[in-house]
Design a protein around this ligand. Structure first.
Ligand SMILES: *[C@@H]1O[C@H](CO)[C@@H](O)[C@H](O)[C@H]1NC(C)=O
Ligand SMILES: *[C@@H]1O[C@H](CO)[C@@H](O)[C@H](O)[C@H]1NC(C)=O
Ligand SMILES: *[C@@H]1O[C@H](CO)[C@@H](O)[C@H](O)[C@H]1NC(C)=O
Ligand SMILES: *[C@@H]1O[C@H](CO)[C@@H](O)[C@H](O)[C@H]1NC(C)=O
Ligand SMILES: *[C@@H]1O[C@H](CO)[C@@H](O)[C@H](O)[C@H]1NC(C)=O
Ligand SMILES: *[C@@H]1O[C@H](CO)[C@@H](O)[C@H](O)[C@H]1NC(C)=O
Length: 246
């Protein structure tokens, strides 16, 4: 008697658990269309701990979701230039605080190209290279690439920085580390005469061999100043998000 009620009990458990299992299994198989699932830019950046600022920006401006969706729907692929947390900390004070909400979105979009570029192809690409950022007049913000002795630089006309590390390099998504935030010259054109695009004549041919050299510098110095910039920027983003909610 005891055994039959045990059997009954275990049968009940079996049926209930299989009933519970069915929806779980179907729910899990649904969002995994490809063999390896969709590409997730956040997950790629999270493998290293030095992109927290950029991850937050991608999330808050929803550019991250946009990348993931666009990758799924385009045959061109995409390229992302990911500034490190250090890059944000080293921005001159006021550089971000003064930006409008729209400019914050433009800034993120400026780090994203709607096409896949290998490092080799960037060495010979024709400038300017279009980004996802556009001005009010619909004009596309461009990036400039200069290659010299196998060293590749990306320039905005204001910022010029080497590219030496790929977080991901296979089609359809390339992700490259940049040690400075790529500030579009369009942000400053109204205030000051724009710096002309890079000429490629640098004269500094000495560092052709070791492409890793410029990674660790801390030229801006002064930690308290940096903290102010970071906090100002974060509060700016927060205000921006509140604006979105309203
Ligand atoms: C992408 O990855 C992040 C972090 O791993 C995760 O929080 C997020 O839900 C993922 N997004 C999608 C669409 O899978
Ligand atoms: C992304 O933003 C949402 C709210 O906008 C927040 O709940 C979530 O924690 C954020 N995720 C990350 C990884 O920052
Ligand atoms: C990818 O695109 C296909 C068709 O274009 C769509 O059915 C699928 O839901 C998309 N997947 C994601 C994760 O966006
Ligand atoms: C930011 O704005 C303030 C006040 O408008 C101005 O004095 C300052 O020069 C600006 N800084 C930058 C970097 O544009
Ligand atoms: C790349 O930029 C650095 C400054 O960040 C500069 O010293 C170097 O000459 C540039 N190289 C090229 C090839 O433009
Ligand atoms: C750092 O900046 C603060 C004010 O922003 C200043 O009082 C201090 O002297 C600076 N320290 C150095 C080492 O430059």
């Amino acid at each position: 008697m005891a055994s039959s009620s045990l059997i009954l009990l275990s049968l009940t458990i079996l049926v209930t658990s299989s009933l519970l299992l069915i929806p779980t299994v179907t729910a899990q198989s649904a969002p995994a269309p490809g063999p390896s699932g969709p590409i997730n830019i956040t997950a790629i950046l999270e493998k290293s701990s030095q992109y927290n600022f950029f991850i937050r920006l991608l999330n808050q401006t929803q550019a991250g979701d946009q990348i993931n969706n666009q990758l799924n729907n385009s045959h061109e692929g995409m390229t992302v230039f990911a500034p490190t947390d250090n890059a944000f900390n080293n921005l001159p004070s006021g550089a971000l605080n003064n930006l409008t909400e729209q400019q914050h979105v433009q800034l993120v979009q400026y780090h994203i190209c709607p096409k896949y570029y290998s490092l080799d192809s960037l060495l010979t690409v024709s400038n300017p290279v279009r980004t996802q950022a556009t001005g009010q007049d619909g004009g596309v913000f461009g990036l400039y690439f200069t290659g010299q002795a196998n060293q590749l630089n990306v320039s905005t006309g204001i910022v010029d920085v080497p590219i030496y590390n790929a977080l991901r390099k296979d089609f359809p998504l390339a992700v490259y580390q940049v040690d400075r935030v790529l500030l579009p010259k369009e942000f400053y054109e109204a205030k000051a005469p724009a710096a002309s695009p890079p000429s490629g004549r640098s004269g500094a041919a000495a560092d052709s061999g070791d492409a890793r050299a410029p990674a660790t510098g801390n030229p801006a110095g002064n930690g308290s100043g940096k903290m102010n910039v970071g906090l100002g920027f974060i509060s700016g983003i927060w205000l921006f998000c509140m604006g979105l909610l309203i």
